[in-house]
Design a protein around this ligand. Sequence first.
Ligand SMILES: Cc1cc2nc3c(=O)[nH]c(=O)nc-3n(C[C@H](O)[C@H](O)[C@H](O)COP(=O)(O)OP(=O)(O)OC[C@H]3O[C@@H](n4cnc5c(N)ncnc54)[C@H](O)[C@@H]3O)c2cc1C
Ligand code: SF4
Length: 553
Amino acid sequence: MAATQHFDFDFIIIGSGFGGSVAAHRLVEKGYRVAVMEMGRRWTPENLPRTSWSIHRWFWRPRLGLRGFFNMRFFRHATIFHGCAVGGGSITYGCTLLQAPEKVWQSGSWAGLADWSNEMPAHFETAKKMLGVTVNNILGPADHLLLRTAEAAGCGATFYRTQVGIFQAASGQTDCQISPDPFFSGEGPQRSTCVACGGCMMGCRYGAKNTLDLGYLYLAEKHGATILPETRVVDVRPLPGAKDGSAGYAVRTEKSTAYLFRQPRRFTTRAIVFSASSLGTMELLFQLRERGALPTISDELGKHVRTNSESLIGARVPGSTEDLSQGIAIGSGIYIDEHTHIEAVRYPRGSDTMSFLTTILTDGCPGSARIALWLRNLVISMLLHPWRTLRMVRPWGWAREAVILLCMQALDGQIEMRWQRPWFWPFVKSLVSSGEKVPTYIPQANEFAKKFAQISGGIAMSMLPEILFDVPGTAHCIGGCVIADSATHGVVDARHRVFGYKNMYVCDGSVVSANLGVNPSLTITALAERAMSFIPPAAETNWDDAATTAVPA
Ligand SMILES: Cc1cc2nc3c(=O)[nH]c(=O)nc-3n(C[C@H](O)[C@H](O)[C@H](O)COP(=O)(O)OP(=O)(O)OC[C@H]3O[C@@H](n4cnc5c(N)ncnc54)[C@H](O)[C@@H]3O)c2cc1C
Ligand code: SF4
Protein backbone atom coordinates (compact mmCIF):
# COMPACT_ATOMS: atom_id res chain seq x y z
CA MET A 1 0.00 0.00 0.00
CA ALA A 2 1.32 3.48 -0.86
CA ALA A 3 2.01 5.36 2.38
CA THR A 4 -1.11 7.04 3.76
CA GLN A 5 0.00 7.78 7.31
CA HIS A 6 0.19 11.51 6.68
CA PHE A 7 -3.56 11.44 5.91
CA ASP A 8 -6.00 11.47 8.82
CA PHE A 9 -7.84 8.52 7.26
CA ASP A 10 -7.65 6.25 4.21
CA PHE A 11 -11.39 6.56 3.57
CA ILE A 12 -13.91 9.10 4.80
CA ILE A 13 -17.51 8.02 4.39
CA ILE A 14 -20.19 10.72 4.39
CA GLY A 15 -23.38 9.32 5.94
CA SER A 16 -24.03 6.11 7.85
CA GLY A 17 -27.14 4.72 6.14
CA PHE A 18 -27.36 1.50 4.16
CA GLY A 19 -24.67 2.39 1.61
CA GLY A 20 -22.36 4.05 4.16
CA SER A 21 -22.55 1.25 6.74
CA VAL A 22 -21.74 -1.45 4.20
CA ALA A 23 -18.79 0.64 2.97
CA ALA A 24 -17.52 1.19 6.53
CA HIS A 25 -17.65 -2.48 7.46
CA ARG A 26 -16.16 -3.83 4.25
CA LEU A 27 -13.35 -1.23 4.09
CA VAL A 28 -12.34 -1.84 7.70
CA GLU A 29 -12.33 -5.56 6.94
CA LYS A 30 -9.94 -4.87 4.04
CA GLY A 31 -7.53 -3.13 6.41
CA TYR A 32 -8.25 0.56 5.71
CA ARG A 33 -8.40 3.35 8.30
CA VAL A 34 -12.00 4.52 8.03
CA ALA A 35 -14.02 7.43 9.43
CA VAL A 36 -17.78 7.85 9.07
CA MET A 37 -19.12 11.42 9.30
CA GLU A 38 -22.82 11.40 10.22
CA MET A 39 -24.87 14.52 10.79
CA GLY A 40 -27.57 12.70 12.81
CA ARG A 41 -27.43 11.60 16.43
CA ARG A 42 -26.77 8.22 17.99
CA TRP A 43 -29.92 6.50 19.28
CA THR A 44 -30.37 3.80 21.90
CA PRO A 45 -33.54 2.21 23.33
CA GLU A 46 -33.12 4.59 26.29
CA ASN A 47 -33.24 7.88 24.36
CA LEU A 48 -35.74 7.00 21.60
CA PRO A 49 -39.11 8.79 21.88
CA ARG A 50 -42.07 6.87 23.31
CA THR A 51 -44.50 8.34 20.78
CA SER A 52 -44.50 10.81 17.89
CA TRP A 53 -45.80 13.54 20.26
CA SER A 54 -42.16 13.84 21.41
CA ILE A 55 -41.61 15.94 18.32
CA HIS A 56 -38.15 17.19 19.39
CA ARG A 57 -36.86 13.60 19.58
CA TRP A 58 -38.61 12.47 16.40
CA PHE A 59 -38.20 15.26 13.85
CA TRP A 60 -34.90 16.54 12.45
CA ARG A 61 -34.80 20.37 12.24
CA PRO A 62 -31.78 21.19 14.43
CA ARG A 63 -32.13 24.96 13.96
CA LEU A 64 -35.57 24.74 15.57
CA GLY A 65 -34.25 22.58 18.39
CA LEU A 66 -35.71 19.39 16.87
CA ARG A 67 -32.95 16.76 16.96
CA GLY A 68 -34.76 13.57 16.08
CA PHE A 69 -34.09 11.01 13.36
CA PHE A 70 -36.94 11.63 10.91
CA ASN A 71 -36.99 14.34 8.28
CA MET A 72 -39.59 15.57 5.80
CA ARG A 73 -38.59 17.68 2.79
CA PHE A 74 -41.19 19.47 0.71
CA PHE A 75 -40.84 19.74 -3.07
CA ARG A 76 -43.29 20.66 -5.82
CA HIS A 77 -43.32 17.04 -7.03
CA ALA A 78 -43.14 15.08 -3.77
CA THR A 79 -42.94 15.30 -0.01
CA ILE A 80 -39.91 13.17 0.77
CA PHE A 81 -39.55 11.37 4.13
CA HIS A 82 -36.07 10.25 5.11
CA GLY A 83 -33.92 9.29 8.06
CA CYS A 84 -31.06 11.15 9.71
CA ALA A 85 -29.15 9.29 12.40
CA VAL A 86 -26.19 7.05 13.12
CA GLY A 87 -27.58 4.16 11.09
CA GLY A 88 -29.22 6.52 8.56
CA GLY A 89 -32.75 5.60 7.53
CA SER A 90 -32.57 2.25 9.35
CA ILE A 91 -33.53 3.89 12.67
CA THR A 92 -36.90 5.07 11.31
CA TYR A 93 -37.54 2.64 8.49
CA GLY A 94 -40.25 -0.01 8.47
CA CYS A 95 -37.65 -2.82 8.08
CA THR A 96 -39.25 -4.37 5.00
CA LEU A 97 -36.43 -5.81 2.93
CA LEU A 98 -37.67 -6.98 -0.44
CA GLN A 99 -35.47 -8.04 -3.33
CA ALA A 100 -35.93 -5.98 -6.49
CA PRO A 101 -37.38 -8.03 -9.36
CA GLU A 102 -34.95 -9.34 -11.99
CA LYS A 103 -36.37 -7.07 -14.70
CA VAL A 104 -34.97 -3.88 -13.06
CA TRP A 105 -31.50 -4.76 -14.33
CA GLN A 106 -32.70 -4.59 -17.92
CA SER A 107 -34.07 -1.05 -17.64
CA GLY A 108 -32.59 2.34 -16.78
CA SER A 109 -29.09 3.68 -17.44
CA TRP A 110 -27.31 0.73 -15.79
CA ALA A 111 -28.70 -1.81 -18.29
CA GLY A 112 -25.92 -3.73 -20.05
CA LEU A 113 -23.08 -2.20 -17.99
CA ALA A 114 -22.49 -5.35 -15.93
CA ASP A 115 -23.75 -8.89 -15.81
CA TRP A 116 -26.21 -7.77 -13.12
CA SER A 117 -28.47 -10.82 -13.38
CA ASN A 118 -25.58 -13.14 -12.57
CA GLU A 119 -23.70 -10.90 -10.15
CA MET A 120 -26.48 -9.48 -7.97
CA PRO A 121 -28.01 -12.67 -6.46
CA ALA A 122 -24.83 -13.37 -4.44
CA HIS A 123 -24.77 -9.76 -3.15
CA PHE A 124 -28.46 -9.93 -2.25
CA GLU A 125 -27.73 -13.11 -0.29
CA THR A 126 -24.92 -11.39 1.64
CA ALA A 127 -27.10 -8.34 2.26
CA LYS A 128 -29.96 -10.51 3.54
CA LYS A 129 -27.64 -12.40 5.89
CA MET A 130 -26.09 -9.20 7.24
CA LEU A 131 -29.48 -7.51 7.74
CA GLY A 132 -30.96 -10.67 9.29
CA VAL A 133 -33.82 -10.89 6.80
CA THR A 134 -36.56 -13.29 7.77
CA VAL A 135 -40.21 -13.85 6.90
CA ASN A 136 -42.45 -11.95 9.29
CA ASN A 137 -44.06 -14.49 11.58
CA ILE A 138 -46.22 -12.02 13.51
CA LEU A 139 -49.44 -11.02 11.78
CA GLY A 140 -51.44 -8.32 13.53
CA PRO A 141 -55.12 -7.35 13.11
CA ALA A 142 -54.19 -4.95 10.26
CA ASP A 143 -52.57 -7.80 8.30
CA HIS A 144 -55.63 -10.01 8.76
CA LEU A 145 -57.81 -7.16 7.48
CA LEU A 146 -55.54 -6.77 4.45
CA LEU A 147 -55.92 -10.48 3.69
CA ARG A 148 -59.72 -10.40 4.07
CA THR A 149 -59.96 -7.36 1.80
CA ALA A 150 -57.65 -8.92 -0.79
CA GLU A 151 -59.81 -12.06 -0.80
CA ALA A 152 -62.93 -9.94 -1.31
CA ALA A 153 -61.18 -8.06 -4.12
CA GLY A 154 -60.15 -11.32 -5.83
CA CYS A 155 -56.40 -10.98 -5.20
CA GLY A 156 -56.17 -12.95 -1.95
CA ALA A 157 -53.71 -15.38 -3.55
CA THR A 158 -51.11 -12.60 -3.82
CA PHE A 159 -51.08 -11.97 -0.04
CA TYR A 160 -47.62 -12.39 1.42
CA ARG A 161 -45.91 -11.88 4.76
CA THR A 162 -43.17 -9.28 4.39
CA GLN A 163 -39.48 -10.14 4.51
CA VAL A 164 -38.17 -8.12 7.43
CA GLY A 165 -34.98 -7.28 9.27
CA ILE A 166 -36.30 -8.02 12.75
CA PHE A 167 -35.17 -10.48 15.41
CA GLN A 168 -38.37 -12.47 15.99
CA ALA A 169 -38.89 -15.49 18.24
CA ALA A 170 -39.08 -18.55 16.00
CA SER A 171 -42.43 -19.48 17.49
CA GLY A 172 -43.95 -16.07 16.68
CA GLN A 173 -44.24 -15.37 20.43
CA THR A 174 -44.21 -11.71 21.32
CA ASP A 175 -42.77 -11.69 24.82
CA CYS A 176 -39.37 -10.00 25.03
CA GLN A 177 -36.68 -12.72 25.08
CA ILE A 178 -33.09 -11.61 25.53
CA SER A 179 -30.47 -13.49 23.54
CA PRO A 180 -26.72 -13.28 22.89
CA ASP A 181 -25.89 -12.11 19.35
CA PRO A 182 -27.95 -14.33 17.02
CA PHE A 183 -26.55 -13.01 13.70
CA PHE A 184 -22.77 -12.64 13.62
CA SER A 185 -21.39 -15.75 15.35
CA GLY A 186 -21.18 -13.92 18.67
CA GLU A 187 -19.38 -10.86 17.23
CA GLY A 188 -22.49 -8.68 17.40
CA PRO A 189 -24.41 -7.19 20.34
CA GLN A 190 -26.93 -8.88 22.62
CA ARG A 191 -30.47 -8.67 21.22
CA SER A 192 -34.13 -8.97 22.28
CA THR A 193 -37.01 -10.50 20.36
CA CYS A 194 -39.82 -8.44 18.85
CA VAL A 195 -42.85 -7.63 21.01
CA ALA A 196 -45.04 -6.60 18.02
CA CYS A 197 -45.58 -3.06 19.30
CA GLY A 198 -45.81 -1.64 15.76
CA GLY A 199 -43.19 0.96 16.66
CA CYS A 200 -40.50 0.25 14.07
CA MET A 201 -40.88 3.67 12.41
CA MET A 202 -40.54 5.46 15.76
CA GLY A 203 -37.29 3.58 16.46
CA CYS A 204 -37.26 0.19 18.18
CA ARG A 205 -37.12 0.61 21.97
CA TYR A 206 -36.62 -3.13 22.49
CA GLY A 207 -33.50 -3.75 20.42
CA ALA A 208 -35.40 -6.16 18.16
CA LYS A 209 -35.10 -4.26 14.87
CA ASN A 210 -31.91 -5.05 12.96
CA THR A 211 -30.84 -1.43 12.59
CA LEU A 212 -27.45 -0.73 11.03
CA ASP A 213 -25.94 0.40 14.33
CA LEU A 214 -26.53 -3.17 15.61
CA GLY A 215 -25.08 -4.78 12.47
CA TYR A 216 -22.76 -3.39 9.80
CA LEU A 217 -21.85 -0.25 11.77
CA TYR A 218 -21.44 -2.10 15.05
CA LEU A 219 -18.92 -4.45 13.43
CA ALA A 220 -17.14 -1.61 11.62
CA GLU A 221 -16.70 0.34 14.86
CA LYS A 222 -15.67 -2.74 16.79
CA HIS A 223 -12.90 -3.36 14.28
CA GLY A 224 -11.57 0.18 14.22
CA ALA A 225 -13.82 2.56 12.25
CA THR A 226 -14.20 6.03 13.77
CA ILE A 227 -17.83 7.18 13.77
CA LEU A 228 -18.41 10.89 14.29
CA PRO A 229 -22.09 11.63 15.02
CA GLU A 230 -23.64 15.12 14.77
CA THR A 231 -20.95 15.92 12.19
CA ARG A 232 -22.14 17.45 8.94
CA VAL A 233 -19.76 17.43 5.96
CA VAL A 234 -19.82 20.89 4.35
CA ASP A 235 -16.88 20.75 1.96
CA VAL A 236 -14.83 18.18 0.03
CA ARG A 237 -12.06 19.20 -2.34
CA PRO A 238 -8.95 17.64 -3.88
CA LEU A 239 -5.74 18.37 -2.00
CA PRO A 240 -3.40 20.78 -3.82
CA GLY A 241 -1.35 19.21 -6.58
CA ALA A 242 -3.95 17.00 -8.28
CA LYS A 243 -7.32 18.33 -9.38
CA ASP A 244 -8.59 14.79 -9.97
CA GLY A 245 -8.18 13.87 -6.30
CA SER A 246 -5.30 11.45 -6.88
CA ALA A 247 -3.34 13.29 -4.12
CA GLY A 248 -6.23 12.86 -1.68
CA TYR A 249 -9.03 15.09 -0.40
CA ALA A 250 -9.64 17.67 2.32
CA VAL A 251 -12.97 17.31 4.10
CA ARG A 252 -14.48 20.08 6.22
CA THR A 253 -17.16 19.44 8.80
CA GLU A 254 -19.23 21.33 11.36
CA LYS A 255 -21.35 20.27 14.31
CA SER A 256 -24.84 19.74 12.91
CA THR A 257 -26.68 20.28 16.20
CA ALA A 258 -24.88 23.46 17.29
CA TYR A 259 -26.69 26.82 17.16
CA LEU A 260 -23.77 29.22 17.29
CA PHE A 261 -20.35 27.68 17.63
CA ARG A 262 -20.28 25.21 14.75
CA GLN A 263 -16.91 23.70 15.74
CA PRO A 264 -15.42 23.59 12.21
CA ARG A 265 -12.90 20.79 11.61
CA ARG A 266 -10.75 19.73 8.68
CA PHE A 267 -9.64 16.19 7.88
CA THR A 268 -7.53 14.73 5.10
CA THR A 269 -8.24 11.43 3.41
CA ARG A 270 -6.89 9.36 0.54
CA ALA A 271 -10.35 8.37 -0.72
CA ILE A 272 -13.95 9.39 -0.18
CA VAL A 273 -17.37 7.71 -0.29
CA PHE A 274 -20.53 9.82 -0.61
CA SER A 275 -23.31 7.93 1.23
CA ALA A 276 -25.55 10.78 2.31
CA SER A 277 -28.70 9.30 0.65
CA SER A 278 -30.23 10.30 -2.64
CA LEU A 279 -31.20 13.81 -1.44
CA GLY A 280 -28.12 14.33 0.77
CA THR A 281 -25.55 13.30 -1.85
CA MET A 282 -27.23 15.35 -4.59
CA GLU A 283 -27.38 18.37 -2.30
CA LEU A 284 -23.72 18.11 -1.30
CA LEU A 285 -22.43 17.45 -4.84
CA PHE A 286 -24.45 20.35 -6.28
CA GLN A 287 -22.92 22.69 -3.68
CA LEU A 288 -19.40 21.38 -4.26
CA ARG A 289 -19.70 21.69 -8.05
CA GLU A 290 -21.15 25.19 -7.81
CA ARG A 291 -18.44 26.50 -5.49
CA GLY A 292 -15.71 25.00 -7.68
CA ALA A 293 -14.56 22.38 -5.16
CA LEU A 294 -15.51 19.49 -7.50
CA PRO A 295 -16.18 21.32 -10.79
CA THR A 296 -16.18 18.32 -13.12
CA ILE A 297 -19.05 16.39 -11.51
CA SER A 298 -21.30 15.31 -14.39
CA ASP A 299 -24.11 17.56 -15.62
CA GLU A 300 -26.35 14.52 -15.16
CA LEU A 301 -26.35 15.20 -11.39
CA GLY A 302 -29.94 15.51 -10.19
CA LYS A 303 -31.43 13.72 -13.20
CA HIS A 304 -33.39 10.43 -13.10
CA VAL A 305 -34.74 10.86 -9.56
CA ARG A 306 -37.47 8.34 -8.87
CA THR A 307 -40.05 8.10 -6.10
CA ASN A 308 -41.43 4.57 -6.67
CA SER A 309 -44.76 6.12 -7.85
CA GLU A 310 -46.33 5.95 -4.40
CA SER A 311 -49.65 6.89 -2.91
CA LEU A 312 -50.62 6.67 0.75
CA ILE A 313 -54.24 5.84 1.53
CA GLY A 314 -55.81 3.89 4.37
CA ALA A 315 -58.71 3.46 6.74
CA ARG A 316 -59.58 4.46 10.29
CA VAL A 317 -61.96 2.43 12.42
CA PRO A 318 -63.25 4.81 15.12
CA GLY A 319 -63.88 2.85 18.32
CA SER A 320 -62.17 -0.26 16.95
CA THR A 321 -62.31 -3.15 19.40
CA GLU A 322 -58.97 -4.37 18.10
CA ASP A 323 -55.69 -2.50 18.50
CA LEU A 324 -54.68 -2.04 14.85
CA SER A 325 -51.22 -0.80 15.86
CA GLN A 326 -50.22 -4.31 16.95
CA GLY A 327 -47.86 -6.28 14.77
CA ILE A 328 -44.77 -4.97 13.04
CA ALA A 329 -44.75 -1.69 11.12
CA ILE A 330 -45.15 -3.30 7.68
CA GLY A 331 -46.36 -6.85 8.23
CA SER A 332 -47.83 -7.95 4.92
CA GLY A 333 -48.57 -6.98 1.34
CA ILE A 334 -50.61 -7.86 -1.73
CA TYR A 335 -50.60 -7.16 -5.45
CA ILE A 336 -53.85 -5.73 -6.76
CA ASP A 337 -52.57 -5.94 -10.33
CA GLU A 338 -49.34 -6.61 -12.20
CA HIS A 339 -47.98 -3.11 -11.49
CA THR A 340 -49.62 -2.16 -8.20
CA HIS A 341 -48.45 -3.35 -4.83
CA ILE A 342 -50.01 -2.46 -1.43
CA GLU A 343 -48.52 -2.92 2.05
CA ALA A 344 -50.29 -2.64 5.42
CA VAL A 345 -48.48 -0.05 7.55
CA ARG A 346 -49.01 1.01 11.15
CA TYR A 347 -47.65 3.33 13.84
CA PRO A 348 -47.35 2.35 17.51
CA ARG A 349 -50.12 3.10 19.97
CA GLY A 350 -50.00 6.75 21.04
CA SER A 351 -48.08 7.96 17.94
CA ASP A 352 -51.04 9.91 16.64
CA THR A 353 -49.44 12.96 15.05
CA MET A 354 -49.64 11.45 11.54
CA SER A 355 -53.40 11.97 11.89
CA PHE A 356 -52.84 15.64 10.96
CA LEU A 357 -51.85 14.45 7.47
CA THR A 358 -54.82 12.14 6.91
CA THR A 359 -58.40 12.93 5.97
CA ILE A 360 -61.49 11.40 4.41
CA LEU A 361 -60.83 9.51 1.12
CA THR A 362 -61.20 11.61 -2.02
CA ASP A 363 -61.11 10.47 -5.64
CA GLY A 364 -60.85 12.69 -8.67
CA CYS A 365 -58.45 14.75 -10.72
CA PRO A 366 -55.83 16.92 -9.05
CA GLY A 367 -56.45 20.61 -8.59
CA SER A 368 -59.27 22.73 -7.24
CA ALA A 369 -61.93 20.23 -8.37
CA ARG A 370 -60.41 17.60 -6.08
CA ILE A 371 -60.29 20.03 -3.17
CA ALA A 372 -63.98 20.85 -3.76
CA LEU A 373 -64.79 17.15 -3.88
CA TRP A 374 -62.92 16.58 -0.62
CA LEU A 375 -64.85 19.39 1.12
CA ARG A 376 -68.11 17.97 -0.26
CA ASN A 377 -67.26 14.46 1.01
CA LEU A 378 -66.39 15.89 4.42
CA VAL A 379 -69.63 17.87 4.69
CA ILE A 380 -71.77 14.91 3.57
CA SER A 381 -70.01 12.63 6.05
CA MET A 382 -70.53 15.21 8.83
CA LEU A 383 -74.24 15.46 8.02
CA LEU A 384 -74.84 11.73 7.72
CA HIS A 385 -72.53 10.47 10.47
CA PRO A 386 -71.50 13.47 12.60
CA TRP A 387 -70.22 11.49 15.60
CA ARG A 388 -68.28 9.00 13.49
CA THR A 389 -66.76 11.74 11.33
CA LEU A 390 -65.63 13.74 14.36
CA ARG A 391 -64.03 10.61 15.79
CA MET A 392 -62.34 10.05 12.43
CA VAL A 393 -60.67 13.48 12.37
CA ARG A 394 -59.63 13.76 16.03
CA PRO A 395 -55.95 12.91 16.54
CA TRP A 396 -56.25 10.92 19.77
CA GLY A 397 -56.44 7.19 19.24
CA TRP A 398 -55.41 7.49 15.57
CA ALA A 399 -52.55 4.95 15.65
CA ARG A 400 -54.69 2.41 17.52
CA GLU A 401 -57.53 2.76 15.01
CA ALA A 402 -55.80 3.37 11.67
CA VAL A 403 -54.06 1.35 8.98
CA ILE A 404 -52.06 3.12 6.27
CA LEU A 405 -52.01 1.40 2.90
CA LEU A 406 -48.73 2.10 1.13
CA CYS A 407 -49.39 1.74 -2.59
CA MET A 408 -46.36 1.46 -4.90
CA GLN A 409 -46.37 1.16 -8.66
CA ALA A 410 -43.56 -0.33 -10.73
CA LEU A 411 -44.28 2.10 -13.58
CA ASP A 412 -41.37 4.36 -14.40
CA GLY A 413 -41.81 8.02 -13.51
CA GLN A 414 -38.86 10.37 -13.14
CA ILE A 415 -38.29 13.88 -11.89
CA GLU A 416 -35.22 16.10 -11.94
CA MET A 417 -33.64 17.95 -9.03
CA ARG A 418 -31.96 21.28 -9.84
CA TRP A 419 -29.87 23.62 -7.75
CA GLN A 420 -31.83 26.86 -7.91
CA ARG A 421 -33.30 29.71 -5.93
CA PRO A 422 -36.87 28.67 -5.06
CA TRP A 423 -39.48 31.36 -5.94
CA PHE A 424 -40.69 31.46 -2.34
CA TRP A 425 -37.17 31.95 -0.85
CA PRO A 426 -34.86 33.46 -3.47
CA PHE A 427 -32.04 34.30 -0.99
CA VAL A 428 -30.22 30.94 -1.17
CA LYS A 429 -30.05 28.10 -3.63
CA SER A 430 -31.47 24.71 -2.72
CA LEU A 431 -32.81 21.57 -4.36
CA VAL A 432 -35.84 22.33 -6.52
CA SER A 433 -37.78 19.59 -8.31
CA SER A 434 -38.89 19.82 -11.93
CA GLY A 435 -40.40 17.62 -14.62
CA GLU A 436 -43.69 15.83 -15.05
CA LYS A 437 -45.86 15.49 -11.98
CA VAL A 438 -45.99 12.11 -10.26
CA PRO A 439 -49.64 10.94 -10.01
CA THR A 440 -51.18 11.44 -6.54
CA TYR A 441 -54.33 9.54 -7.30
CA ILE A 442 -54.16 5.84 -8.20
CA PRO A 443 -57.82 4.92 -8.86
CA GLN A 444 -57.45 1.18 -8.22
CA ALA A 445 -55.74 1.90 -4.88
CA ASN A 446 -58.62 4.16 -3.82
CA GLU A 447 -61.11 1.40 -4.72
CA PHE A 448 -59.13 -1.00 -2.56
CA ALA A 449 -59.12 1.47 0.35
CA LYS A 450 -62.94 1.73 0.11
CA LYS A 451 -63.23 -2.06 0.26
CA PHE A 452 -60.80 -2.17 3.19
CA ALA A 453 -62.90 0.40 5.06
CA GLN A 454 -66.10 -1.51 4.32
CA ILE A 455 -64.68 -4.79 5.64
CA SER A 456 -63.09 -3.23 8.72
CA GLY A 457 -66.18 -1.14 9.50
CA GLY A 458 -64.13 2.03 9.17
CA ILE A 459 -63.77 5.14 7.03
CA ALA A 460 -61.34 5.24 4.09
CA MET A 461 -58.55 7.85 4.24
CA SER A 462 -56.47 9.93 1.81
CA MET A 463 -53.39 12.00 2.61
CA LEU A 464 -54.23 15.69 2.97
CA PRO A 465 -51.14 17.08 1.10
CA GLU A 466 -52.00 14.83 -1.87
CA ILE A 467 -55.42 16.52 -2.11
CA LEU A 468 -54.49 20.11 -1.20
CA PHE A 469 -51.23 20.45 -3.10
CA ASP A 470 -51.35 17.50 -5.53
CA VAL A 471 -48.07 16.34 -4.04
CA PRO A 472 -47.53 12.64 -3.23
CA GLY A 473 -45.60 11.56 -0.15
CA THR A 474 -42.75 9.09 -0.46
CA ALA A 475 -40.18 7.45 1.81
CA HIS A 476 -38.40 5.98 -1.22
CA CYS A 477 -36.51 8.70 -3.05
CA ILE A 478 -33.81 7.12 -5.23
CA GLY A 479 -31.54 8.19 -8.09
CA GLY A 480 -29.94 11.52 -8.94
CA CYS A 481 -26.35 10.17 -9.28
CA VAL A 482 -27.16 7.26 -11.52
CA ILE A 483 -24.86 4.57 -12.88
CA ALA A 484 -24.11 5.01 -16.59
CA ASP A 485 -21.62 4.26 -19.33
CA SER A 486 -20.11 7.77 -19.20
CA ALA A 487 -20.45 11.22 -17.66
CA THR A 488 -22.77 12.10 -20.55
CA HIS A 489 -25.44 9.81 -19.12
CA GLY A 490 -24.73 9.53 -15.39
CA VAL A 491 -22.55 10.45 -12.42
CA VAL A 492 -20.83 7.14 -11.54
CA ASP A 493 -19.71 4.06 -13.43
CA ALA A 494 -20.89 0.52 -12.77
CA ARG A 495 -18.45 0.24 -9.84
CA HIS A 496 -19.85 3.44 -8.27
CA ARG A 497 -16.69 5.47 -9.12
CA VAL A 498 -17.42 9.14 -9.79
CA PHE A 499 -16.60 10.21 -13.35
CA GLY A 500 -13.77 12.75 -13.43
CA TYR A 501 -12.19 11.94 -10.04
CA LYS A 502 -9.93 9.31 -8.52
CA ASN A 503 -10.69 7.29 -5.40
CA MET A 504 -14.15 8.84 -5.12
CA TYR A 505 -17.31 6.72 -4.86
CA VAL A 506 -21.05 7.07 -4.32
CA CYS A 507 -22.72 4.30 -2.30
CA ASP A 508 -26.34 5.03 -1.45
CA GLY A 509 -29.81 5.25 -2.95
CA SER A 510 -28.73 7.97 -5.39
CA VAL A 511 -27.05 5.44 -7.69
CA VAL A 512 -30.21 3.35 -8.19
CA SER A 513 -30.87 3.69 -11.90
CA ALA A 514 -34.31 2.13 -12.45
CA ASN A 515 -37.68 2.15 -10.74
CA LEU A 516 -37.55 -0.78 -8.27
CA GLY A 517 -41.26 -1.05 -7.49
CA VAL A 518 -40.33 -2.35 -4.00
CA ASN A 519 -38.84 -0.74 -0.88
CA PRO A 520 -35.24 0.06 -1.82
CA SER A 521 -33.00 -0.58 1.22
CA LEU A 522 -32.09 -4.19 0.42
CA THR A 523 -31.13 -3.22 -3.14
CA ILE A 524 -29.03 -0.29 -1.87
CA THR A 525 -27.26 -2.67 0.54
CA ALA A 526 -26.63 -5.30 -2.14
CA LEU A 527 -25.33 -2.67 -4.58
CA ALA A 528 -22.96 -1.33 -1.91
CA GLU A 529 -21.73 -4.87 -1.19
CA ARG A 530 -20.99 -5.26 -4.90
CA ALA A 531 -19.24 -1.87 -5.16
CA MET A 532 -17.02 -2.63 -2.16
CA SER A 533 -16.13 -6.07 -3.51
CA PHE A 534 -14.09 -4.36 -6.27
CA ILE A 535 -11.90 -2.38 -3.88
CA PRO A 536 -8.65 -4.27 -3.24
CA PRO A 537 -7.36 -4.99 0.28
CA ALA A 538 -5.37 -2.08 1.77
CA ALA A 539 -2.09 -3.95 1.36
CA GLU A 540 -2.59 -4.22 -2.41
CA THR A 541 -4.05 -0.86 -3.41
CA ASN A 542 -2.15 1.62 -5.57
CA TRP A 543 -4.67 4.44 -4.91
CA ASP A 544 -5.40 4.93 -8.57
CA ASP A 545 -9.04 3.91 -8.85
CA ALA A 546 -10.92 5.92 -11.47
CA ALA A 547 -14.21 5.55 -13.31
CA THR A 548 -14.03 3.98 -16.69
CA THR A 549 -16.25 4.75 -19.63
CA ALA A 550 -15.68 1.27 -21.06
CA VAL A 551 -18.27 -1.40 -20.40
CA PRO A 552 -16.81 -3.63 -17.62
CA ALA A 553 -16.08 -7.22 -18.55
C1 LIG B 1 -40.54 6.35 7.70
C2 LIG B 1 -39.72 5.57 6.69
C3 LIG B 1 -39.97 4.21 6.51
C4 LIG B 1 -39.21 3.48 5.57
N1 LIG B 1 -39.43 2.14 5.46
C5 LIG B 1 -38.68 1.42 4.60
C6 LIG B 1 -38.83 0.01 4.52
O1 LIG B 1 -39.63 -0.59 5.23
N2 LIG B 1 -38.05 -0.66 3.64
C7 LIG B 1 -37.13 -0.02 2.85
O2 LIG B 1 -36.46 -0.70 2.05
N3 LIG B 1 -36.96 1.30 2.92
C8 LIG B 1 -37.70 2.04 3.78
N4 LIG B 1 -37.49 3.38 3.88
C9 LIG B 1 -36.51 4.02 3.00
C10 LIG B 1 -35.08 3.82 3.53
O3 LIG B 1 -34.96 4.36 4.82
C11 LIG B 1 -34.10 4.49 2.57
O4 LIG B 1 -34.33 4.02 1.26
C12 LIG B 1 -32.67 4.17 2.95
O5 LIG B 1 -32.40 4.55 4.27
C13 LIG B 1 -31.70 4.89 2.00
O6 LIG B 1 -30.40 4.46 2.29
P1 LIG B 1 -29.15 5.36 1.92
O7 LIG B 1 -27.94 4.56 2.18
O8 LIG B 1 -29.36 5.90 0.56
O9 LIG B 1 -29.19 6.63 2.89
P2 LIG B 1 -29.74 6.86 4.34
O10 LIG B 1 -30.06 5.59 5.02
O11 LIG B 1 -30.83 7.87 4.24
O12 LIG B 1 -28.50 7.50 5.09
C14 LIG B 1 -27.90 8.70 4.71
C15 LIG B 1 -27.30 9.35 5.93
O13 LIG B 1 -26.46 10.41 5.51
C16 LIG B 1 -26.53 11.45 6.44
N5 LIG B 1 -26.11 12.71 5.80
C17 LIG B 1 -26.74 13.38 4.82
N6 LIG B 1 -26.03 14.48 4.46
C18 LIG B 1 -24.93 14.48 5.25
C19 LIG B 1 -23.82 15.36 5.37
N7 LIG B 1 -23.69 16.45 4.59
N8 LIG B 1 -22.88 15.10 6.30
C20 LIG B 1 -22.98 13.99 7.09
N9 LIG B 1 -24.02 13.13 7.02
C21 LIG B 1 -24.98 13.36 6.11
C22 LIG B 1 -27.98 11.45 6.87
O14 LIG B 1 -28.11 12.04 8.15
C23 LIG B 1 -28.32 9.96 6.88
O15 LIG B 1 -28.18 9.41 8.16
C24 LIG B 1 -38.22 4.13 4.81
C25 LIG B 1 -37.96 5.50 5.01
C26 LIG B 1 -38.69 6.21 5.95
C27 LIG B 1 -38.38 7.66 6.15
S1 SF4 C 1 -42.61 -4.16 16.29
FE1 SF4 C 1 -41.80 -3.09 18.11
S2 SF4 C 1 -40.40 -4.57 19.07
FE2 SF4 C 1 -40.82 -5.32 17.00
S3 SF4 C 1 -39.12 -4.51 15.79
FE3 SF4 C 1 -40.80 -3.06 15.57
S4 SF4 C 1 -40.42 -1.57 17.21
FE4 SF4 C 1 -39.16 -3.34 17.69
